[in-house]
Design a protein around this ligand. Sequence first.
Ligand SMILES: *Cc1c(COP(=O)(O)O)cnc(C)c1O
Length: 370
Amino acid sequence: MTPAAYAVLNLNALKHNLQKVRDCAPGAKIMAVIKANGYGHGMLRVAETLASAADAFAVARVQEGIRLRKAGLQNRIAVLEGFTCAEELDDLLAYQLDAVVHTGSQLGLLERHAGQAQIAVWLKLDTGMNRLGFNAKEFPEAHRRLSRCASVRQPVNLMTHLANADDMQDPMTMTQITLFEQTVAGAPGERSIANSAGILGWQAALTDWVRPGVMLYGISPFPDSTGGQLGLQPVMGLHSRLIAVKPLAKGDSVGYGCRWVCGQDTTLGVVAIGYGDGYPRYARPGTPVLVNGQRVPLIGRVSMDMITVDLASQPDAKPGDAVTLWGEGLAVEEIALCSDTIPYTLVCGVTQRVRLVEAGAGDNPLLRTV
Ligand SMILES: *Cc1c(COP(=O)(O)O)cnc(C)c1O
């Protein structure tokens, strides 16, 4: 018997998607973004799968980078939020992690740092995202200071981040790319601009390094397409099974708040998955769910451990039958649209209770539970 709620991870799809990045950005080096536990897929598992194919990894926090080093990963690893104190800078040096430098206090910490060890840095230019980075006016001085800093390996690398590259109509992306190119012109060092949307949508964003995240997991960064439509393969499938099937009469209400009322006699199915597993609380009635491979609509509110579906089209379904919440045959992008969110939050939000299993490990994927 399979566990109630489990996610199957297709690691071959990860490799396929990384190759797709190579095809889109020939000649560019790839910094595979595996922050937030590899977008919910398991950071170490993703890193080990891509270790020989990726040129570097990127994580958000120092602790994530340390975890990768302790697991034996030898690739270059960039910490996208950099460091906030001397202790974190010491950690970056000790574990040989690249630091993103985006604010004045980090310059001070680097300048005050004593010792022989050097750190590779990515100086971040804020070109309009208004999150991390020096603006174009501050940039030359920050660059000068880093270039003179004994603890910084030269040359300084240069990066920026796109704010709206998933909107192909927005001229802001070209404005950001142009501002970046103008501001860093003449400086030595490698350049990096593109996230997944930049890689798939904006030729001009393809510089020395690209930083794919969501597309590695087979997910489209664009609101109007799925990964499958872009030639990507979904890595995660989220599954469970029916635990109860019962008749429902016209006029019966279903679930908390009694918000869904049955319009005609039907059959109700209860599935063992809920927001306690990471299924979105705000999935609307009508959100598709696969029961025995066929689409049925979600009805009633999502609760912590269960959802309810209308089995009118599948009167023979019975407890124990297989249910897919997203994955092969049901794009996570579609579930995100039905839940007023983005697919990033869905895969990142799968909780500890859900067993992650790797596909393709012998006949039974559940033999390799991690
Ligand atoms: C998360 C992140 C990425 C990856 O973004 P995707 O949209 O998932 O491809 C790239 N660069 C930076 C700075 C990030 O924070």
